[in-house]
Design a protein around this ligand. Structure first.
Ligand code: SF4
Length: 609
């Protein structure tokens, strides 16, 4: 807001790339080794929207120890550069000879040029302005979902190396230590507390026994973000392929390799159509794919959760051929190419901007045309993002109001719609737990707006403190086999900063952040009620409500347009926003301490009357 909400494109030098830690970063509080990036995204579709994406690793803590909280990168260097930050010593250094290196090579070189520094960098995908490019640190911590790697590339910025020797003074250390013990021993950790144990990086294996033992035998150690005991990342080393780490989407390559029958796996199985017909094989090509995409700096999520399912449907229905995609057809799409050939061609095409997929699946579908666009609308949710928990009313409603797939930082969501007691604890109502869209004749719509509003506020708190989405909020406690403790974030904040905040007060900070974000959208993007939408397809047909290659039957809806419009009314009313325009009112903005924002919107004629 202070930078004026520039109405520029993502690749304009005036697009600010804002990288920020928060008050909890760099402390021993679990799940706080994170940083948030905000910028105008080249990935969102059809408009480039101002949005957000987080990352972890050691980088956020190391940056905090330099004595800085945040940086704003503006402009564009004439030649490739990297940024070196050692405490107060900030230098822009020549990276002409480093342009073209992959992310692993880049970090290796900087480990010699900047000993002891943590490095966040881009690979060829970012350099070549692929809209799916990520910013990566270490081997798998990435800001992935918003294409911010390409924003770095557009500024000719190859890397940011940080090394801090400062300290963080915790206001009430004894209280913090007791809280850390309490969380670890008595409550457990949010999403992962529900799924599995901590500490070995094999959470995804344990969560569903999805990958068998195929990769486990190559497990070397657990890894995690700065100071986090959960260590959800597994370091894997396969001789002849390479060493790297895997978490979240990276595991999907692992699943592919462990599940067969092809090297990528039988996609039809993932789509719930058939059962695999041959023994599981070949973990090596899967691991090779995971490492190659990390080295090139490519967003795995859009490929694994979106592209594979979209291609499968398009080929199965005779919509696409090799000519359209420019890719060798793998066996699981009816061709003869090995998955190694298919994936290598795909990744090179994306990283060097030689493929329609370089700008994400949505833009590829737009480019290819035919009925592939309809298939995309079946599988994707809104704004170019593949469906992700659009399986119940609060999920779909939440998607409507956001600028991206919101569920990268709302993994708590899947707990509330499955367990009435958790919904009651989190929102004061059990009704959202009965809102599944699997059978729309039984769907309960009531109170979904309450669930969305509270979840959005918790999400903003999460991204601002920041605390990891895998760890907080603790709605469900596996240790207690019941409700968790949603006061933890405010208690951690109070112990660390010495500023006493109750859970309710912290939630109102979340509300302030959300309103400010909306004001930015109103000012920059002219956001209105009409923009609060998902793809229209969902109102007319059954749609795929989960990531496109998930196991099982994930067809949902169609959803009821009238009921959703009525829910939107309730949502705006509860927010004290104007129903006609979907915009915050002066009264609400002033109540949240945003009078200057209201004044500015009024001056521009954007404040509701
Ligand atoms: S849970 Fe995993 S991703 Fe989250 S902070 Fe801990 S190690 Fe990092």
């Amino acid at each position: 807001w202070d930078l004026g909400c520039p109405k520029v494109s993502a690749f304009d030098p005036a697009n600010p790339l804002i990288i920020s830690t928060g008050p909890l970063t760099g402390t021993i509080a679990p799940g706080t080794g994170r940083a948030e990036i905000c910028s105008i995204s080249p990935f969102t579709h059809p408009k480039e929207l101002y949005t957000y994406s987080s990352f972890g690793g050691t980088w956020p803590g190391a940056f905090k120890y330099t004595g800085h909280d945040a940086m704003v990168i503006l402009g564009k260097a004439d030649e490739p550069v990297y940024l070196s930050i050692h405490d107060d010593d900030v230098e822009i250094k020549d990276a002409s000879d480093l342009w073209g290196l992959d992310t692993f090579e880049m970090q290796k070189v900087l480990s010699e040029l900047e000993p002891g520094a943590s490095v966040a960098c881009i690979g060829p995908a970012g350099e070549n302005l692929s809209r799916t490019a990520i910013i990566l640190t270490e081997t798998s911590h990435a800001s992935g979902g918003a294409g911010f790697g390409a924003v770095m590339g557009s500024k000719n910025l190859k890397a940011i190396a940080v090394k801090g020797t400062g300290r963080i003074n915790v206001a009430r250390p004894d209280e913090l230590l007791e809280l850390v013990r309490y969380i670890d021993e008595e409550v457990g950790y949010g999403t992962f507390g529900m799924l599995a144990s901590k500490g070995d990086g094999l959470i995804y294996f344990e969560a569903g026994k999805r990958t068998g033992d195929k990769l486990k035998k190559y497990w070397k150690k657990a890894n995690g973000c700065f100071g986090c005991p959960i260590c959800c990342e597994a370091v894997i080393d396969i001789p002849g392929v390479g060493r790297g780490a895997a978490m979240c989407s990276d595991w999907v390559y692992a699943e592919c390799g462990s599940r067969g029958p092809g090297e990528l796996g039988d996609t039809s199985y993932y789509l719930g159509e058939d059962k695999p017909t041959a023994p599981a094989v070949t973990e090596k090509p899967a691991w090779e794919a995971a490492i190659l995409s990390q080295k090139f700096g490519i967003n795995n999520f859009d490929i694994l959760w979106g592209l594979t399912g979209w291609l499968w449907h398009c080929y199965k229905r005779g919509i696409l051929t090799e000519e359209d995609t420019g890719l060798p057809t793998p066996e699981w799409l009816g061709g003869t190419a090995k998955d190694h050939e298919f994936l290598t061609a795909l990744f090179y095409g994306i990283a060097y901007k030689k493929s329609p997929f370089a700008d994400g699946v949505t833009r590829a579908a737009e480019h290819v045309g035919k009925e592939s666009w309809d298939v995309l609308k079946e599988l994707y949710g809104a704004r170019g993002y593949v469906s992700h928990w659009m399986d119940a009313v609060p999920g779909v409603l939440h998607w409507m109001f956001e600028t991206r797939d919101p569920f990268d930082s709302c993994h708590d969501y899947f707990q509330i719609i499955r367990r009435p007691e958790i919904s009651k604890y989190a929102f004061g109502t059990e009704k959202p737990a009965h809102s599944s869209l699997k059978d729309p004749t039984k769907t309960v719509y009531e109170d979904s707006e309450i669930a969305v509003i509270i979840t959005q506020h918790r999400q903003r708190i999460k991204n601002s403190l920041p605390v990891c989405d895998y760890a907080f909020p603790v709605l469900y406690s596996k240790k207690r086999d019941g409700v968790g403790d949603t006061s933890l974030e405010s208690r951690l904040y109070s112990a660390i900063t010495g500023i006493g905040l109750t859970e309710k007060e912290l939630l109102s900070v979340g509300e302030m952040i959300y309103n400010l974000e909306r004001a930015i959208q109103v000012k920059r993007e002219n956001r209105t009620r009409e923009d609060d939408a998902v793809y229209d397809y969902k109102f007319k047909h059954r749609y795929w409500g989960e990531e496109s290659r998930n196991v099982g039957d994930h067809w949902y809806g169609p959803i009821d347009k009238e009921k959703f419009e009525a829910l939107k009314d309730k949502y705006y009313e509860r927010r004290d926003w104007d129903k006609e325009t979907g915009r915050p009112t002066r009264a609400k903005l002033e109540e949240l301490g945003l009078k200057d924002v209201a004044d500015e919107l009024e001056k521009l004629g954007l404040l509701p009357q």
